[in-house]
Design a binder for this molecule. Sequence first.
Ligand SMILES: NC(=O)C1=CN([C@@H]2O[C@H](COP(=O)(O)OP(=O)(O)OC[C@H]3O[C@@H](n4cnc5c(N)ncnc54)[C@H](O)[C@@H]3O)[C@@H](O)[C@H]2O)C=CC1
Ligand SMILES: NCC(=O)COP(=O)(O)O
Length: 338
Amino acid sequence: MAGLERPLLLTQGDPAGIGPELTLRAWLHRDQGALPPFAVLADPAHLERVANAQGWTVPIVSVDAAQVSSAFPQALPVIPLNAKVFAESGKPDPAWAPSVIESIETAVRLVRSGAAPALVTNPIAKHVLYNAGFQHPGHTEFLATLAAQDGNAYHPVMMLWSEELAVVPVTVHIPLSTVSSALTTELIVLTGRIVARELKERFGIANPRLALTGLNPHAGENGAMGTEDQAIIAPAIATLRADGITASGPLPADTMFHARARKGYDAALAMYHDQALIPIKTIAFDEAVNVTLGLPFVRTSPDHGTAFDIAGQGIARPGSLMAAIKLAARLGAGAKKP
Ligand SMILES: NC(=O)C1=CN([C@@H]2O[C@H](COP(=O)(O)OP(=O)(O)OC[C@H]3O[C@@H](n4cnc5c(N)ncnc54)[C@H](O)[C@@H]3O)[C@@H](O)[C@H]2O)C=CC1
Ligand SMILES: NCC(=O)COP(=O)(O)O
């Protein structure tokens, strides 16, 4: 792929999920998908077992970061983890949590050292990691913690992006019952500023148009169906506009995702996880990409999860992972080497 001088790094994800087989599939589809060179940080023996179980011919080669691009045309380059993995597809086990975490930490270290322009994370199952003591809600927050090792603070923003629609949940992995208390004008303004800045700088949209949902039915029906829309969201929109950002809303969430409405904005900021993710996964499940904004490096991921129900059956579709690889390459092409 033109413009990308360094290879991308993929993390292993949950080794019992569909990440390993999708990574193998992405490499097999590398030419027809016009994918740039990438390596995966994983246990090569585990990947070999997954490939053999499917009867797929995928040569796997252990490399260091400097050898990835030259190895990629002939074999799937793997940067080996210290942790060994004996996972069974479809059978999640917290025993593999150290390998999952090692893969993410190593990928971030390599990206920050300049060895790679971007990372693409394979899906992790949050509850499995929590059972092993993992303290972060998901990748998004963990990556911000790892980034902060440089002494700066980062507010990570989750954006699900596709050609058709981009959505941002302002609150992310919290119980629905706590959304109202977590939602503040400051949080919405901070999120909106990051989205506007990165749509401009990373996605090349000169004047990004943001549309903000309300929280309540009919965006609160003038306060009769809830007060957050007028008391919290409307002032945030006023502040964003005062910043010079094109922002509309609060809009009733039920009518802002149909095809005509989508033409009116570049990103929809929704107030909670499912309000944002249901429309994009309905419209573009096989193409949408999860991209983290607000970090000092590029990170993308497929929109789906570990899909333990189909892992190891060879039927998982690689479209979203391949889209994540392509978007990482596009955004990473502009990333400066430290
Ligand atoms: N970026 C990440 O690390 C993400 C991780 N997750 C994690 O994944 C786990 C499972 O989450 P679920 O809600 O069940 O969502 P999921 O996306 O894993 O699965 C939902 C449904 O979609 C199907 N599906 C998913 N990806 C597919 C693919 N590539 N091809 C064909 N079918 C596919 C599955 O078989 C399942 O029926 C959770 O523990 C969650 O934490 C979920 C979303 C993103
Ligand atoms: N539903 C999206 C999701 O769970 C992705 O989370 P993250 O692991 O990318 O933070």
